[in-house]
Design a protein around this ligand. Structure first.
Ligand SMILES: [Fe+2]
Ligand SMILES: [Fe+2]
Length: 270
């Protein structure tokens, strides 16, 4: 199977990049399943129902959220009506929606997608992601109940992401990080056969501070004082993500590539 994960879509720039390019990438690269993180797609904070519909219409089979899951309040109810949207497994005990689901790809092949939040340097404490994902992976054995499995580890620390990669090694097709909005150059297949990249990066304007117009973040770093709200940068987006090919029989990764398309970053394709 050919799978692609695209990192955090940021603002109008990120949405426009997805709408303009994802349909063509799906066709050109023969993608079977696409996961897009949408947690910053609406004004840089959260995902509205309308913008979720746009990401799905452009070719996302699954849209994941993150620590910003419910910054847009209409997502609290919309997620209950749209099973293709996932929030983190360990977000909160009573959170609406689901953190993991089995999807059906072309030919009836089953793809598990799950998202977990890390605990290191995050703004509020979340439950242990390692035990949360362990239960899901045990219930959906790779090469048995599912032909592929994608785990998103949504957090700040690369150490926690790498720990999660090894924790899931051999039990997921791809473990990929998101949340920092900057891609790491460590895409690899781990010893047990799991594709891994610490962070996929964002789909947004990289002439910015992690997707936000650079003036206000720079002002806060330099003066220590906020003056305005953060607003997304609106230059052309680079779509950043991870591409993985898997063996349907085992569910393990056979090839992994970092993806960067459009905008200011050096390009990278499968
Ligand atoms: Fe994000
Ligand atoms: Fe995040």
């Amino acid at each position: 199977m050919r799978l692609m994960f695209l990192g955090d879509v940021v603002g109008r720039s990120g949405r426009a990049g997805i709408t303009a390019r994802l349909p063509g990438l799906r066709a050109d690269w023969g993608l079977d399943f696409v996961v897009v993180n949408g947690e910053n797609a609406t004004s840089g904070a959260g995902l509205s129902a309308d913008h979720a519909k746009a990401l799905l219409a452009a070719g996302a089979d699954c849209v994941t959220l993150g620590d910003h899951a419910f910054d847009q309040k209409d997502m609290l109810s919309y997620i209950e009506t749209e099973p293709r949207i996932l929030r983190p497994l360990n977000y909160a005990k009573t959170a609406p929606g689901k953190g993991a689901r089995v999807f059906e790809a072309k030919g009836g092949r089953k793809v598990l997608v799950a998202q977990v939040l890390g605990q290191v340097f995050m703004k509020r404490p979340f439950d242990d992601p390692f035990s949360a994902i362990d239960a899901v992976l045990r219930a959906h054995p790779l090469g048995g109940a599912v032909q592929a499995a994608v785990v998103e580890i949504h957090c700040e620390a690369t150490s926690e992401k790498m720990g999660m990669g090894h924790w899931c090694d051999g039990r997921a097709s791809l473990v990929v990080g998101a949340h920092t909005h900057v891609p790491t150059a460590d895409a690899q297949i781990l010893p047990g056969g799991t594709g891994f990249q610490s962070d996929a990066g964002m789909c947004g304007d990289y002439n910015s501070v992690i997707g936000m117009d650079k003036l206000e973040p720079m002002r806060r770093f330099v003066t220590g004082m906020p003056k305005e709200r953060f607003t997304p940068a609106n230059g052309e987006a680079t779509l950043c993500g991870t591409y993985v090919e898997t063996d349907d029989r085992t569910g393990k990764a056979t090839k992994i590539r970092m993806i960067r398309v459009g905008g200011g970053l050096e390009g990278a394709r499968p």
